[in-house]
Design a protein around this ligand. Structure first.
Ligand code: ADP
Ligand code: MG
Length: 430
């Protein structure tokens, strides 16, 4: 994909925007872009530099993303709303064409990596609660104040503030930035590899110090260093990213939205959608954080497609879809007969959420009941009945403390919820 219209090849030390940003190392890539850690010489901070592929359709998509991110940033001068901040944007001309570039605040690993890191066992419920509060604060801001639907909420698109692996965390001021292109073979090869190795060693040394300090504060890096997979006691804060597919509720352009497993039933049925599709994906994400498994992982089978399997899985977990909802979409006839029963999957094995949490995931009866009570309203088949992010933030489950992990202190936590969310200082009540 490193050809005309495609990705821009970047090397360590490359300069962007007239020398303001200097590439440090690659952070990741998506379908449309590569993302680099860069040093901002003007502010002396590390940033994430997202460099879009150059072809016209990618440039168009980037312009849209910049428009959405600009609205998000201008509505939130204090940068306290749990959404990634756009710092700057510019064009960069390279051998493959002109690339739109976004400068974003530098964040850490995604929740998907956090789940993987925890060997798909699920996180502690207290951590799930803290993450949920961040996501909901972000959604409430997007929905209520900006009228924006994210349309692709999932663990991969929620990034932590810090990386899980401290050796990969060049925490801002504590690592010396690379200010020029390392000398050597410009085409990479051995010299570049040696330099890379040297840089990695340097990063490891610098970060070892940071992780020591964090360990004494009970921070993320420290926790990971002390006991390999023990994620208890970390102060988990995160932000929602990836606004490439976001839209204003009154200006929708795509009919098929959301990543399969997080897709709401009204999207499958093509019955129109609104902010509540994000609430559905949010519930799927919360479940995945707590169990390590996707809530719905549909697949096609003999005589039925992925969509019908998906609808069947939903009903097995949440009960039968009301007939009115089932037959209300443009595609309803593809899946449902006039009684509101699936055409090809006739026998459903009902397994309600609270039972599933106890039987398969070994939740205590109490934890399962409480968590299911939190999630089920968000998974209402009737989109207009789902609570809004604002309403969801008031749910008592968010201010509970898991009895094995700490003392109940509801009053203090409720206080923190309201004060904390407005400035992102979400406290884990002690
Ligand atoms: P695309 O739109 O091409 O899919 P994304 O915005 O999803 O691009 O970014 C691709 C990857 O880059 C992400 O999965 C993540 O690993 C990394 N990334 C993106 N934004 C940031 C950021 N602000 N801080 C750190 N890493 C980021
Ligand atoms: Mg992406």
């Amino acid at each position: 994909s490193y050809r005309k219209g495609g990705y821009h090849a970047v090397r360590v030390g490359d300069q962007f925007a007239g020398g303001r940003y200097i590439a440090q190392r690659k952070l990741g890539w998506g379908q449309f872009s590569t993302v680099w850690l860069a040093y901002d010489t003007r502010t002396s901070e590390f940033v994430a530099l997202k460099i879009q592929k150059s072809a016209a359709q990618f440039a168009q998509a980037a312009l849209h993303e910049i428009e959405v991110l600009s609205a998000i940033a201008s509505g939130d001068p204090a940068n306290s709303r749990c959404i990634v901040r756009l710092i700057d944007h510019f064009k960069h001309t390279g051998p493959n064409g002109q690339h739109l570039c976004m400068v974003l605040e530098f964040l850490g690993d995604s929740l998907l990596r956090l789940i993987r890191y925890n060997r798909y066992k699920g996180l502690g419920l207290n951590q799930v609660r803290e993450i949920c509060k961040c996501i909901l604060a972000g959604l409430d801001y997007l929905h209520r104040e900006l009228g924006i639907i994210h349309t692709d909420l999932k663990p991969e698109n929620i990034l932590l503030f810090s990386t899980i692996d401290p050796s990969k965390d060049p925490v801002r001021s504590e690592l010396t930035p690379i200010l020029e292109r390392p000398e050597g073979n410009p085409n990479g090869g051995t010299t570049m590899n040696l330099i890379e190795k040297k840089l990695k060693r340097r990063a490891r040394r610098a970060v070892a110090k940071i992780s020591e300090r964090r360990a004494s504060m009970g921070g993320l890096g420290g926790g990971a260093a002390k006991s390999e997979r023990n994620l208890d006691g970390i102060d988990v804060r995160c932000k929602v990213v990836d606004f490439g597919n976001a839209c204003w509720a009154d200006n929708q352009f795509a009919q098929e939205i959301q990543t399969r497993q997080y897709r709401a039933p009204e999207v499958i049925l093509q019955a129109g959608y609104s902010f509540s599709v994000d609430m559905w994906s949010f519930a799927c994400t919360a479940f995945e954080l707590a169990t390590g498994d996707m809530m719905f992982a549909p697949s096609s089978g003999q005589g039925f497609g992925e969509d019908e399997d998906h609808l069947a899985l939903m009903m097995e977990l949440l009960g039968k879809m009301p007939r009115k909802v089932a037959i209300g979409g443009a595609r309803s006839k593809d899946f449902f007969d006039r009684h509101g029963d699936l055409k090809r999957i006739r026998r459903l094995k009902f397994w309600p959420l609270d039972r599933l949490l106890v039987d398969r995931y070994k939740f205590s009866e109490n934890d399962a009941g409480e968590f299911a009570e939190f999630l089920c309203p968000l998974l209402d088949f009737a989109p207009e009945k789902r609570p809004t992010a604002q309403q969801c933030l008031q749910h008592p489950w968010l201010s509970l403390r898991n009895s094995t992990q700490g003392e109940m202190n509801n009053e203090a936590n409720l206080g923190n919820l309201n004060v904390g969310l407005s400035n992102l200082q979400i406290k884990v009540g002690k």
